[in-house]
Design a protein around this ligand. Sequence first.
Ligand SMILES: C[S@@+](CC[C@H](N)C(=O)[O-])C[C@H]1O[C@@H](n2cnc3c(N)ncnc32)[C@H](O)[C@@H]1O
Length: 382
Amino acid sequence: MKFVAKTLHGLEDILIQELKDLGAKEINKLKRAVSFEGDKELLYRANYELRTAIRILKPIYNFTARSERQLYHKIFSYNWAMHFDNKKTIAISSSVYSDFFNHSQYVALKTKDAIVDQFRNKTGKRPDIDTRNPDIWLNVHVYEDEFTVSLDSSGNSLHRRGYRDMGHMAPLNEVLSAGMLLMAGYKGHRLFKDPMCGTGTNLFEAAMIAANIPAAYYRKDKYCFMNWNDYEESIFEKIKVEAEKKINREGVKIEGGDNNPSSINMTQDVIDELGFGDMIEIEKIPFKRNLPESEMGLMIMNPPYGERLKTNDIESFYAMIGDTLKNHYSGWSAWIISSNFDALKHIGLRPSFKTILFNGSLECKYQKFSMYQGSKKSKYNS
Ligand SMILES: C[S@@+](CC[C@H](N)C(=O)[O-])C[C@H]1O[C@@H](n2cnc3c(N)ncnc32)[C@H](O)[C@@H]1O
């Protein structure tokens, strides 16, 4: 069976590696997505374990149509009862890049009408629509006259790990955070530090990677694949048991800092709730006083981007980050993500690697600074 895992811009290669590790076959890189082949067990495992996937689609029906009538007819002629029954609630999302169809909502509406009419004709009862929390989520992708209808196996986005309820806060997306850690080569074998940890996303994702805790271990949302006709609970239970046997929290060392006491309190509450106190230690401390206890380690930092600061202030803030790294963190790898490209220049170090990632809609640079030991002035760059 073919599947398509969606991800964030720039994380496709990381997702490919994760899929290889799970044993996926025929892996192909797409734009913000990766296609792969596997069986039902792999699909469940991918939903449970992938850290950099947002959702996983199962394409089930390809056809061409150039008018509403043709679209309705093609959808009506497919046997939807193969996948789900009329007691399930459904929702349809669509993405349309076509000269034949210009309203994606209209495509979704026509698709819904044809599915609902088919069930009503055959069984006398139609499935209800639930756009918020449907049992069955269908995705219609249109490119010119080519349609692909997929079942969304995940339902609610896989970034919703379930380990904390941030309500109104805007932490880093968990998928982005995990992607940044994996891109930095983090496996849990060395000290990890986020000295501007805020609500702790990097700390929690790091702990889960290091201790082999599956990405969805704390997930509260059900997956849509559980509502498909072919769902096999025993397979999913087996996957969970196997993955949970591999959890090992020994030797994991993660440090967090932030100068905002309420962020520290909030993060500490989650650490306590999850019982992560043996892996993560946090402290209320400004970065320039947050000196390393170890000679080497990995740092990932998501500093303020300066929306609320004057230009001078944000420039000197980024210069302070550079100075602190230079003066105290030789031996470390420091990775910084920021949408403030001008401010990043004031760090005053040449990155040894850089790439573009998106924090929500903000285009960001994600840069690595290799801080060589014993070379305070000239060899920070590689
Ligand atoms: C963009 S937020 C980080 C959000 C975090 N990645 C998360 O997922 O919640 C930046 C954080 O840097 C902290 N911060 C700002 N200046 C700091 C400083 N001088 N020292 C330490 N932390 C600082 C802020 O309090 C804020 O929590």
